[in-house]
Design a protein around this ligand. Structure first.
Ligand code: PHE
Length: 340
């Protein structure tokens, strides 16, 4: 029996668990109801009385050795855990994921769409890869117009009839082809021009164009709609001024300026001391354009306008470099969280 106790003592000292779960298995094997210690104690009952004292002591030692070994091993396991793991409080609230915010260009686009929707406009969309007809020919661009020049427009090499739209006026043509007047659409979208990237130009930007066609639509309607838009976007004090201009698809045509919202029209760096900021092009739809899309130009008239969203956003937020809108630097983007 002494041998058995000695052998068990050796086992206890030599026990090196590979995993924490083995400690519990070991405890059960040694101290469990049918464990080694109880087996020894059973045998102990049968030993001669003169042996009991010594054996009893040895068994006691064994029991202590087992308990101590288990306690040490458990402690070791605990220390192997990182302090963070052992102190983990499962009842603490988790860390919330940061919520993203809308891109300033989307915010301004949505705001513009919203303003025109109050005037009864609905959103129309169209393809970014277009054909010559919808971007140029149907819009009264003569074949030799410089916008078709390889320097200005991205053409698709395999098929020169295909190109990246340079303006969203192509959506207006598509709308006129499929819809009878009255038409009131607003056309937001990405457009592409072969421009060198600088603080005020980019080869990709966003436009919003609008088209209104009905019987008896006049230039006065155009002017009033744009004044309403300018006041909604830049504030009640905003004024507009129209300067004669030229577009192949409108006649007469104009550039629209809005009174500078930064200096209130007095003159500052942003408005180059003129008190005015250019915001869009507009005009009465050329009868040739209406006819090209199958609309009777004797019965119907209409106006169109178009603006660059980046430009409006720069004026609205006082941002001086257009490239910031394309860099996706969150330090810049986060500032627009709650502008509207
Ligand atoms: N399509 C013109 C441009 O891209 C803008 C415009 C639209 C001007 C409608 C007049 C009327 O510059």
């Amino acid at each position: 029996m002494i041998h058995k106790i000695e052998a068990l003592l050796q086992q206890v000292e030599a026990f090196k668990p590979q995993a924490a779960a083995e400690i519990e298995e070991f405890r059960v094997r040694m101290l469990g109801r049918k464990g080694e210690l109880n087996i020894v104690l059973e045998e102990f009952k049968k030993v001669a009385p003169e042996m009991k004292r010594e054996l009893g002591q040895r068994i006691n030692n064994l029991k202590n050795a087992i308990n101590e070994r288990i306690a040490t091993l458990r402690e070791e396991v605990e220390q192997q855990q990182t302090p963070e793991e052992s102190q983990r409080d499962m009842t603490r609230p988790g860390t919330a994921d940061a919520i993203g915010s809308r891109h300033p260009i989307s915010l301004v686009k949505n705001e513009i769409v919203e303003i025109f929707s109050r005037l009864g406009y609905t959103v129309a969309e169209g393809p970014e890869i277009e054909d010559d007809w919808h971007v140029f020919s149907a819009l009264n661009f003569p074949p030799e117009h410089p916008a078709r020049d390889m320097q200005d427009t991205f053409f698709i090499q395999k098929n020169p009839d295909l190109l990246l739209r340079t303006h969203t006026s192509s959506i207006q043509v598509r709308t006129m082809e499929h819809q009878k007047p009255p038409i009131r659409v607003i056309c937001p979208g990405r457009v592409f021009r072969n421009e060198a990237i600088s603080y005020r130009a980019h080869c990709i930007f966003h436009q919003i164009e609008g088209l209104y066609i009905d019987e008896n639509v006049s230039f006065a309607d155009l002017k009033q709609s744009i004044l309403y838009f300018a006041k909604e976007l830049f504030g009640e004090k905003a004024q507009i001024r129209l300067r004669p201009s030229y577009f192949p698809f409108t006649e007469p045509s104009a550039e629209v300026d809005v009174s500078c919202n930064l200096c209130g029209g007095k003159g500052c760096n942003v408005c180059k001391h003129t008190g005015w900021l250019e915001i869009m092009g507009c005009g009465m739809v050329d009868p040739n354009v209406l006819e090209a899309s199958g609309i009777d130009s004797k019965k119907y008239s209409g106006f169109a306008f178009g603006m660059g969203v980046e430009r409006i956003a720069m004026l609205k937020f006082g941002v001086k470099d257009l490239r910031l809108y394309f860099e996706n630097d969150v330090r810049f983007l986060r500032q627009f969280d709650s502008v509207f």
